[in-house]
Design a protein. Structure first.
Length: 227
């Protein structure tokens, strides 16, 4: 177990506080940790070296530890790159592909935009090549096109607390659509499909359902909803 006053613990503590916008004063930190100021200076130099290495790997990471004479302490300037690393974009892309949440065309478009907007230019070809084979062999489910727009519209209704009039087709040998007025609550994703949870309004639940209960929302598969 690492002692709270060890060098590693000090460096991590200082780095965390710098990232949160705190000012690091050498004399105050030396007193807090029970070491001399030279030890704190070496800790700060280690953090600077770490950030320099990060800047080599990611040109978008411009963070530096600088000394502010007016504030009489060290602070973190610059910003961390908002772009994703190769491993991050690959992991997110794999999750999207495995979800099979969209048609093949929609999935390809989403991944292309994700790569273009989140991957550093120098890594774009590598990431694109890694995903090319999986995009080619992607097997879509029976999602109708346009599910993304439907998700957005429903999301707006949830945010603005609008009631929705929907036509919903239940699963069965001879699916017959039913019309409902619902109060949308949330959008869920499970087992390849998006679902809407909503409270039914404007009907006599005791006549319509065997176990009517206003305490729980009804769940609708969104690709079966028409508006």
């Amino acid at each position: 177990m690492v002692d709270k006053h060890s060098k590693n613990a000090r460096v991590l503590d200082l780095y965390e506080r710098l990232c949160s916008g705190k000012i690091i004063n050498k004399s105050e930190e030396a007193q807090r940790f029970g070491v001399d100021e030279r030890s704190i200076q070496r800790d700060i130099d280690d953090i600077r070296a770490f950030l320099d290495e990060r800047a080599i790997v990611d040109a978008g990471d411009t963070r530096q530890v600088v000394y502010d004479r007016q504030k009489k302490g060290f602070l973190l300037s610059g910003y961390q790159s908002p772009l994703m690393t190769n491993s991050e974009i690959l992991a997110v892309s794999k999750i999207l592909l495995e979800s099979r949440a969209f048609t093949k065309k929609e999935m390809s478009t989403v991944l292309d935009k994700l790569i273009a907007g989140c991957v550093p230019m120098k890594n774009m070809r590598l990431v694109t090549d890694l995903l090319a084979n999986e995009k080619f062999h992607y097997v879509e489910l029976s999602h109708p096109a346009g599910i993304q727009e439907k998700l957005w519209d429903i999301g707006n209704d949830i945010q603005q607390r609008h009631l929705m009039r929907i036509s919903y087709t239940k699963q069965g040998d001879k699916p017959t659509p039913v019309t409902r007025i619902v109060e949308p609550v949330s959008i869920l994703f499970s087992e390849y499909y998006f679902y809407l949870t909503a409270f039914i309004r404007g009907i006599d639940k005791e006549k319509e359902f065997e176990n009517a209960d206003d305490l729980y929302p009804t769940i609708y598969r969104i690709d079966r909803i028409k508006r």
